[in-house]
Design a protein around this ligand. Structure first.
Ligand code: GUN
Length: 284
């Protein structure tokens, strides 16, 4: 079997087009233009690429983009002051602080400082807690985008065994909660997991998000499984690759996301969806 490709780029374009229309309709009704503040501290090359893309895509959708590029030596206190200012600014509906932050900054304190109603990353304990309780408001973009991709296959997810590889706060944990909410049976694997290949072989759905090039081998994939590859890794020759050996896995999977052009674009489209949702929450 050769897998069908889950075209994340096309799905993202479709979602972004809908969001663009909804933003224009808001404006026609005299409601505020959704504003997204993206804060970058330092000069991490990958982060610079992601941040540029988030800003450009939000502007193209008719949203207002507020850019804060702060030097790497920005103190924790100065960053907190920026967040306080953005929390108080009514033109800013969404605040995103790009991770990772420099070591001298307390990432958890920064995450918790963002007003949960403006937390378009969905990382604040309030928003994670709501996801745990199956009453989500603002949901972490990457896992929420992965759910959109999974639903786009038209496959019934209920009762399927989903194996999530990775337990990060950004991907693995919220991903497992999303899959649980979709009524999957969920296994979370991490670096201490025994027999990762054996668990992946049982999976109807595999979501890999650890940042290890080609960790998941093709012969681990159950015939017909849906494979979602969240990894974005750069190989020695400068090419992008995921956490899954795409060429081999494609021969066994039923559906698979490519890298690039899979999860990445969907994450950014979902960020815009969250920004619009945040603006709606702040209308009243
Ligand atoms: N770094 C890698 N992924 C993300 C993300 O989804 N949000 C933020 N803020 N930083 C990230």
């Amino acid at each position: 079997m050769t897998a069908q490709i889950i075209d994340g780029k096309a799905q993202a374009q479709r979602l972004t087009a809908t969001l663009t229309e909804r933003v224009a309709a808001r404006r026609a009704q005299g409601k505020p233009t959704p504003g997204l503040a993206v804060v970058l501290v330092g000069e991490n090359a990958a982060s610079q690429v992601y941040v540029r893309s988030k800003r450009r895509t939000s502007e193209n959708a008719g949203m207002q983009s507020f850019a804060f590029d702060l030097p790497v030596e920005t103190s924790h206190e100065a960053l907190i002051a920026v967040i306080d200012r953005l929390n108080a600014d009514p033109a800013v509906h969404g605040i995103l602080v790009q991770l990772p932050l420099p070591k001298h900054v307390d990432t958890e304190a920064v995450t918790e400082r963002i007003d949960p109603r403006k937390d378009v990353d969905g990382f604040h304990p309030y928003n994670i807690g709501r996801l745990v309780l199956k009453r989500p408001t603002l949901r972490p973009c990457t896992p929420y985008g992965c759910m959109t991709l999974l639903h786009s296959t038209g496959e019934d997810l209920v009762g399927r065994h989903a194996v999530v590889i990775g337990q990060s706060n950004i991907v693995g944990r919220p991903m497992a909660l999303e899959l649980l909410m979709a009524r999957c049976t969920v296994t979370i694997c991490h670096s201490a997991t025994r027999d990762l290949p054996g668990l992946v072989r049982q999976a109807d759905i595999v979501v890999a998000g650890v940042g290890k090039p080609n960790l998941v081998q093709g012969d681990w994939i159950k015939a017909g499984a849906i494979v979602i590859d969240v990894g974005i890794n750069r190989t020695a020759d400068g090419k992008l690759c995921g956490d899954v050996d795409f060429v081999a896995a494609r021969e066994r999977a039923g559906w698979i996301t490519p890298v690039p052009g899979g999860v990445g674009p969907m994450t950014i489209a979902t960020l815009l969806a969250n920004t619009l949702r945040a603006a709606e929450l702040q209308d009243s």
